[in-house]
Design a protein around this ligand. Structure first.
Ligand SMILES: *Cc1c(COP(=O)(O)O)cnc(C)c1O
Length: 444
């Protein structure tokens, strides 16, 4: 058995750790040293050699550095999934990032009117650009779309009937389930039609004096194919208005541009929904809009006013960071530069040739094959749709092991394993990250 007496004392180790103590403090360093000494003692009992004092200090330094590193870290998304739910959905544009650092981070005119030097409402900044871009009469922003839907139902339909098709009682990623949100709002859900077919007369026969609204929820993340029927939004709007009801439309992704122009299926856009007669349209800020997490509600000014005055609105309001980044993102649409400036739209509209050039540039530096593959939009939108892409397939014998090693790097690179091949898709890698991807692949 190795002699345990050779293990240095904690005091001796502490004296050799002054730089660490300066950095992490006495308590943390003592604890870390105790842990590495305990481990060394255990190992020595199993005949491992006793580490030197320097080695023990180095191990403690390692452990402290690991513990101090935030677990929320930037990563490089080489998966080809544009709105990767687990990787933070939409990356922000340079201008949106600048807005975070500017008006978002410091003191700002958030609730201040400069000319008179008096208090003002935080909604006004975003409402101006939101209505300019969408053509809506009014608009507001809350924490996320789930909150927006909950607010609209609570403020407008609590204790009254909300009519919805059985084909739209959807679950969007984990915790957002339309029937649960309905229940939470206090609205009485009236289900009509069937999972695959709902007709206008199904809605019509459900309308009684308790009814206050018809709700449409976009089945964002799944498709019903075959023997199906849904009611066009304009027909739903006409029916609702004929009976003095409100039409609420949860379009989910909040596309302002037409996805069909890029070989994808058509996602409902906010503008279409308004044009079809929806009274309120609700969508996310960080899906196809390409901005920060937010829930956007646009539509009739009187209804928006009712929502703004509801006590729940304060509990779910958007913070100044989100408002700053969202304002900057919406400006890209207003200027007609969204395809060039909003990262997710740049990715969606990227040409195959441009992707191939990048994949080949990677391959020229690190080897591997450039292969035809598929990117997806993700984020619970456009289920089953793919965009053709070119990916780099590095020559590795164990793709899962290689993927794990890329994840362990700094910054972590998230690749995809498909058909027993490791694939890296340039579409979702920001152009300025190309050299980091190459460096990570060289390390492999
Ligand atoms: C994504 C989605 C939601 C939830 O939006 P969050 O911004 O994630 O809260 C609600 N409804 C639909 C139809 C969606 O697609």
């Amino acid at each position: 058995m190795t002699s345990l007496r050779n293990l240095p004392s904690i005091d001796a180790l502490l004296r050799a750790s002054t730089a660490l103590v300066d950095c992490y403090g006495h308590v943390q360093v003592t604890e870390a040293l105790r842990r590495v000494v305990d481990e060394a003692r255990q190992a020595a009992l199993e005949d491992a050699p006793v580490p030197s004092e320097a080695e023990l200090v180095a191990r403690a330094a390692d452990a402290l550095a690991r513990a101090a590193r935030p677990t929320l870290r930037p990563v490089i998304n080489a998966t080809g999934v544009i709105l990767h739910t687990n990787l933070g959905r939409a990356p922000l544009s340079d201008e949106a990032l600048a807005a975070l650092a500017g008006g978002g981070g410091g003191y700002s005119t958030l609730e201040y009117e400069l000319e008179a030097g008096v208090r003002d409402k935080r909604d006004r900044h975003i409402e101006r650009i939101l209505t300019a871009v969408t053509g809506a009469e009014a608009g507001m922003v809350v924490n996320n779309n789930a909150a927006g839907v909950l607010l609209a139902l609570t403020a407008l339909a609590q204790g009254r009937a909300a009519i919805i098709s059985r084909g739209q009682l959807v679950e969007i990623g984990g915790s957002f389930r339309v029937p649960d949100v309905m229940a939470q709002s206090g609205a009485i859900m009236v289900e009509v039609g069937t999972t695959n077919r709902t007709r206008l007369r199904d809605y019509a026969t459900a309308i009684d004096e308790q009814a206050v609204c018809i709700v449409r929820a976009h089945a964002s993340n799944f498709k019903v194919v075959g023997f199906t029927e849904t009611v066009p939004l304009a027909d739903l709007a006409a029916l609702a208005h004929q009976h003095g009801l409100i039409l609420l439309d949860d379009i989910g992704s909040g596309a302002l541009l037409d996805t069909a122009a890029f070989g994808l299926s058509h996602e409902p856009t906010a503008q279409e929904s308004l044009a079809a007669g929806a009274d309120l349209v609700m969508f996310s800020g960080d899906k196809l809009l390409g901005g920060p997490q937010a829930g956007i509600i646009i539509g009739r000014a009187d209804l928006i006013e009712t929502l703004k005055r509801h006590p729940l609105a304060r509990a779910i309001r958007a913070d100044k960071l989100a408002l700053a980044a969202l304002g900057a993102t919406l400006e890209h649409y207003w200027r007609g530069e969204a395809l060039e400036k909003v990262p997710i739209w740049r990715m969606i509209s990227m040409t195959l040739d441009a992707i191939r050039v990048r994949a080949e540039a990677w391959a020229a530096q690190v080897g591997g094959d450039v292969v035809a593959a598929e990117s997806t939009v993700g984020g619970g939108s456009l289920p089953g749709d793919t965009l053709p892409t070119w990916a780099l397939a590095p020559h590795v014998t164990q793709p899962n092991v290689a993927a794990a090693r890329l994840r362990a790097g700094d910054p972590p690179v998230i690749a995809r394993v498909s058909d027993d091949r490791l694939l890296l898709d340039p579409r979702t890698v920001l152009p300025e990250q190309d050299s980091l991807v190459v460096a990570a692949l060289k390390e492999l």
